[in-house]
Design a protein around this ligand. Structure first.
Ligand code: F6P
Length: 540
C-alpha cells in the first residue's frame, strides 16, 4: 500500500480546528487548569520509565479531540501499517523505510522484495558484536602489535550526528577507548584530531552510506595518507574499517573486504544509528549497551504501533506540534534537555526533523499552501536559561518547548540533582503562569520598572520526564522523535524520507571547485563572482 495522499486542509477536522482556533486562540492555560482539576492527570501519559505531561499546552478537550480526528482523517493508522511492514513509503527514492527492523526481535518477519531481512540484520549485528569485543578487549591489535586506544569515526550527517550524539550521551557507560569524530571537510577539523593520535593504536571507522560523500572521502583520504607516513599499505587492513551500502567503492578505497560492515538502502542516513553506522557506539560503550539502546527503541516502536492515539506519545507530541505550527503559526520549537549528557541532542534532531520535513511539495507533487517542517533548536538547561530563555519568557515569539529531564542523576549527587531539577520544574511553571502586574507591584517594584518585570506566561511546554538516562531510555527517546517526524510528515502530506534539498549546493560546490583548478570563474551572479575573485586574491 502506498501512503495516503490527503491534503490535511481539506479534512473536516482541519476545518473544525480552524474554527476552534478562533475561539481558543487567546485561552489562558492557567484558567484551563483552574477550571479542571483533572487536567494534569488527563493530559499525562505514563509509560514504562516515561512520564509525559502535555497539560501545559494551549489545548482544551475539544482541541485534543479534533487533533485526534485529524490523525484519523489523514489515515495515520494505515500509513503506520505501511511504514512498519516495509512498503515503499519513500516513493521518490523508491525505497522502504525500515530503521525499525534494525531493532526488531530476531523472530520478526519483515520483508523487502518478498525476503525476510531479519537474518541479514542479525548477521551484521553479530559481526558488530564480535568486532567490538576484540577491539575493546585488546585481542585485536594494530600493526605494531599494540592494543587500540583511539577510534576515529569519519562520516557526516546521519553517518556522524547519531553516533556522536549517542556516544556523548552515554559517556557514563564508556570504556577506555577514546572516541573522535571527524565530519567537516574543513581541514582544520581533521588536523586537530590528527594532533592527538598515534597511528599504531588508532582504529579508523569510515561511515558513508553512499561512499560518495565529498567530506567523508576527503577526510578518510587525509587520514589514510597520514597513517601511511608511519605504516605500510598492508597495515591498512588492520586499522581501517568501513560501513556502507557501496561495497565496491569501499574496496576501491583500499578497505579490506572483511572489514566492511554492510547497511541497506532501506535505512535512511538520519535514521541509521541503529545499523552498523552505530559501530562506533558499540566500540565506545560496549555491544551490550548498544543492544540495550536498540531494545529501548524497539519498545517505543511497539508502543507507537499498538497504543491508542490518545495515549500514544509520538502521536500526541506530533499533533500538539501541528497545532502550534499550523494554527498559531509558531515557527520553531525548542528542545531543552536537563542533562549535560544530551548536549548534542538538539543538533542531532535538527537533521532528523529538518531534513525530513523541510519540504514544500506534497505527496501529490503539488506545492503546499500551508506550513510544514518546524525549525528545531535547543541547548541543555540550565545553560540555556542563562542564554536564550529571556526570549522565550518575554519575547514576542511563541516557542513551544520540550523539556526533557531525568529523575536520577548518574553519579547520584543529590545536592546538584535537586538544584538541576528545581530549575527543570520551575521553568515550565514560570512559562505557564508568568507573573502579572499585581504580583510585580506586590514585590515592591519601583513604578517605572513594573512593565519590564511582567511575565506574560501562557508559554506552552511538554515535560518528558524519564527515570534515568540509560542506553534503554535514550533508545526510547530517540525513537519517540523519529516517530513524531513520521506522524507529522503523514499529516502534512509530504515525503519525509528523501532529501533532494541538499543537492543543489553540492552540485554548485563541485562546479566551483573545478573552477578553482582551472582558474576560471564562469556563469556566476555578480555577488558570488566578487566573492570568488576576493578569495582568489587572498589565497594565490
Ligand atoms: O546531507 C545529505 C546526506 O545525504 C544525509 O542525508 C546523510 O546522512 C549524509 O548526507 C551523509 O551521507 P553518506 O552516509 O552517504 O556519506
Amino acid at each position: 500500500m502506498a501512503l495516503p495522499k490527503i491534503n490535511p486542509t481539506t479534512t473536516e477536522a482541519w476545518k473544525n480546528l480552524e474554527k476552534h482556533y478562533k475561539k481558543v486562540q487567546d485561552v489562558e492555560m492557567k484558567n484551563l487548569f483552574a477550571q479542571d482539576e483533572k487536567r494534569a492527570d488527563k493530559f499525562t501519559i505514563s509509560w514504562e520509565d516515561f512520564y509525559v505531561d502535555f497539560s501545559k499546552n494551549r489545548i482544551t478537550d475539544e482541541t485534543f479531540k479534533l487533533l485526534l480526528k485529524l490523525a484519523d482523517e489523514v489515515q495515520l493508522k494505515e500509513a503506520m501499517q505501511a511504514y512498519f511492514s516495509g512498503e515503499v513509503i519513500n516513493e521518490t527514492e523508491k525505497r522502504e523505510v525500515l530503521h525499525t527492523a534494525l531493532r526488531a526481535p530476531k523472530d520478526a518477519n519483515i520483508k523487502v522484495d518478498g525476503v525476510n531481512v531479519m537474518p541479514e540484520i542479525f548477521s551484521v549485528k553479530q559481526k558488530i558484536k564480535d568486532f567490538s569485543e576484540t577491539i575493546i578487549s585488546g585481542n585485536k591489535k594494530g600493526y605494531t602489535n599494540k592494543a587500540f586506544t583511539d577510534i576515529v569515526n569519519i562520516g557526516i550527517g546521519g553517518s556522524d550526528l547519531g553516533p556522536a550524539m549517542v556516544v556523548d550521551a552515554l559517556q557514563f557507560y564508556k570504556n577506555h577507548l577514546t572516541t573522535h569524530f571527524v565530519s567537516n571537510v574543513d581541514g582544520d577539523h581533521v588536523n586537530e584530531v590528527i594532533k592527538t593520535l598515534n597511528p599504531e593504536t588508532t582504529l579508523f571507522v569510515i561511515v558513508s552510506k553512499t561512499f560518495t560523500t565529498q567530506e567523508t572521502l576527503s577526510n578518510a583520504t587525509t587520514l589514510k595518507d597520514w597513517f601511511l607516513k608511519s605504516a605500510k599499505q598492508e597495515d591498512i587492513a588492520k586499522h581501517f574499517v568501513a560501513v556502507s551500502t557501496n561495497i565496491e567503492k569501499v574496496k576501491g578505497f583500499g578497505v579490506d573486504e572483511n572489514n566492511i560492515f554492510p547497511m541497506w538502502n532501506w535505512v535512511g542516513g538520519r535514521f541509521s544509528l541503529w545499523s552498523a553506522v552505530g559501530l562506533t557506539i558499540s566500540l565506545s560503550v560496549g555491544n551490550e549497551n548498544f543492544e540495550k539502546l536498540l531494545l529501548g527503541a524497539n519498545k517505543m516502536d511497539t508502543h507507537f504501533k499498538n497504543e491508542d492515539f490518545k495515549t500514544n506519545i509520538p502521536v500526541v507530541l506530533a499533533l500538539i506540534s501541528i497545532w502550534y505550527n499550523n494554527f498559531f503559526n509558531a515557527e520553531s520549537e525548542a528542545v531543552i534537555p536537563y542533562s549535560q549528557y544530551l548536549n548534542q541532542f538538539a543538533t542531532y534532531l535538527q537533521q532528523g526533523i529538518m531534513e525530513s520535513n523541510g519540504k514544500s511539495v506534497d505527496r501529490n507533487g503539488d506545492v503546499v499552501d500551508y506550513q510544514t517542517g518546524t525549525i528545531i533548536w535547543g541547548e541543555p538547561g540550565t545553560n540555556s536559561q542563562h542564554a536564550f530563555f529571556q526570549l522565550i519568557h518575554q519575547g514576542t515569539k511563541l516557542i513551544p518547548a520540550d523539556f526533557i529531564g531525568f529523575a536520577k542523576s548518574l553519579y547520584g549527587n543529590k545536592d546538584h540533582q535537586d538544584k538541576l531539577m528545581s530549575n527543570f520544574f520551575a521553568q515550565t511553571e514560570a512559562l505557564l503562569n508568568g507573573k502579572d502586574k499585581s504580583e510585580v507591584i506586590a514585590e515592591g517594584t519601583e513604578k517605572t520598572l513594573i512593565p519590564f518585570k511582567v511575565f506574560p506566561g501562557n508559554k506552552p511546554t511538554n515535560t518528558i520526564f524519564i527515570d534515568k538516562l540509560t542506553p534503554g531510555s535514550l533508545g526510547k527517546l530517540i525513537a519517540m522523535y523519529e516517530h513524531k517526524i513520521f506522524v507529522q510528515g503523514i499529516i502534512w502530506n509530504i515525503f519525509s524520507y528523501d532529501q533532494f534539498g541538499v543537492e543543489l549546493g553540492k552540485q554548485l560546490a563541485g562546479k566551483i571547485l573545478k573552477e578553482f583548478k582551472n582558474d576560471d570563474f564562469a556563469n556566476h551572479d555578480a555577488s558570488t563572482l566578487n566573492l570568488l575573485n576576493h578569495y582568489k586574491k587572498l589565497t594565490n
